[in-house]
Write a protein that binds this ligand. Structure first.
Ligand code: FAD
Ligand code: NAP
Length: 341
């Protein structure tokens, strides 16, 4: 039986650290509770927010309806072959601990995604990515509770319609599917590493003392690099990258590169991906604050709350940043995290 609580503070459950209050809050720790949850919100016509770690959400002060905090637990080896394994991890497990545990078990492939905050169940929502690896590259399949048909269903990576920080869950039907568990296909080959990002490769070379680079080196290097550049949400509120890196055509990239020779961009499937952090920094925003929210001084793609900030302040700052990037470069920035409601 679910236990609904009224007027619950979510100040510790959103990584921006905003003073947010949920009208109703419930912890979901059994898959079998899902029909009861959906029946509760349907019969009362209440809005529902599915919450993981709150590290990709920008919440208003008051959240109407029900916030369902997913705390399903479990990590299981499903099958083992000579060269790879399938592991199943429940949606409420913390992402970084899952990466650590898989490496300790000798299952490799998640190390580039170390130190990303949040839960396993939210990871497919924006197809989390870092240092050249995306969740979709390691996904075998995932299970959802379909709130429309009220049934548990397995979805393949193709079903999930993954894109760059995008998926079916984010773009098309944000409230239809509740992810209950995720299965990963991981290699047992400790020589398979992805070192496409320059800084990662250089740090791994140093850490390994020029010996063979292993997934453990990659894990250590990713943690080191992230700690240098990103604010720890438990110390300063943030939701990671605030904007997606915009894609432009090759023609637009070359003309921008002529005007701004230092422009940072990468060839990407026939187009170019621009580093949004560089665009924002070049517009002079790095380290600037308006009220309590501002642009992090070590990475301009991250907006931070130095205490007392709220959603309106973030919206206003983000709009000013996007406008100056548009005026300077003619490039439109798109917000990465989800505003709710
Ligand atoms: P929440 O913020 O709780 O929810 C995010 C969205 O997912 C919401 O729409 C929510 O309704 C939905 N959701 C949550 N759980 C479920 C579920 N079980 N079923 C269905 N929907 C669900 N992201 C990256 O991609 N790469 C990075 O490198 C990265 N680095 C970050 C660094 C920092 C310091 C921070 C603060 C954030 C970073 N992020 C990054 C963003 C964020 O951590 C990820 O998007 C993460 O997956 C969000 O997980 P969460 O559990 O906190 O989700
Ligand atoms: P970085 O290494 O300084 O690189 C800046 C940008 O250039 C990144 O956004 C990255 O794009 C792109 N890039 C760098 N090398 C690339 C290459 N070899 N090929 C293609 N693209 C390349 O970035 P950072 O800020 O320190 O972050 C490191 C990684 O962590 C990045 O992958 C970033 O996406 C990820 N991260 C994500 C979040 C989030 O909230 N989404 C927050 C923090 C860090 P990509 O972003 O596409 O990788």
């Amino acid at each position: 039986m679910l236990r609904f609580q009224s007027n619950v503070s979510l100040a510790n459950l959103n990584s921006f650290g905003f003073s947010v209050v949920a009208e109703e809050y419930v912890v979901l720790d059994q898959t079998s509770q899902l029909p009861e949850l959906i029946n509760y919100v349907r019969t009362r016509h209440l809005p529902l927010l599915v919450l993981g770690g709150g590290s990709n959400l920008i919440l208003a002060d008051d959240i109407p309806g029900v916030v369902a905090h997913i705390q399903l637990q479990g990590y299981q080896l499903i099958s083992e072959q000579r060269d790879h394994v399938i592991i199943r991890v429940a949606a409420g497990e913390p992402w970084h601990e899952t990466v650590k545990r898989s490496l300790a078990d000798g299952y490799y492939g998640l190390e580039n995604l170390a130190l990303i905050p949040g839960s396993v169940g939210a990871a497919p929502v924006q197809n989390i990515g870092a240092y050249g690896v995306e969740l979709k590259d390691r996904l075998k399949r995932l299970q959802v509770y379909d709130t429309q048909t009220e049934a548990l269903v397995w979805l393949s990576p193709e079903d999930c319609q993954f894109g760059y920080r995008e998926s079916l869950f984010k773009s098309m039907e944000p409230n239809r599917f509740i992810i209950t568990c995720v299965e990963f296909k991981l290699t047992k080959d400790s020589m398979q590493v992805n070192l496409g990002y320059q800084a990662l490769k250089e740090t791994c070379v140093k850490l390994s003392n020029n010996a063979a680079i292993t997934p453990d080196h990659v894990f250590e290097a990713v943690c080191y690099l992230r700690q240098q550049k990103l604010p720890n949400p438990s110390e300063i509120g943030n939701v990671g990258s605030f904007f997606k890196n915009p894609r432009v055509s090759k023609t637009d990239y070359l003309s921008l590169k002529k005007r701004f020779p230092a422009l940072v961009g990468f060839a990407d499937k026939g187009a170019y991906k621009l580093a949004a952090g560089w665009l924002i920094e070049t517009c002079g925003w790095k380290g600037q604050f308006i009220d309590s929210v501002g642009v992090y001084d070590k990475q301009a793609l991250v907006l931070v709350n130095r205490g007392g900030g709220n959603r309106e302040q973030v919206e206003s700052l983000a709009a000013s940043i996007a406008e100056s990037v548009l005026q300077t470069f003619g490039v439109r920035l798109e917000v990465e995290p989800r505003f709710y409601p």
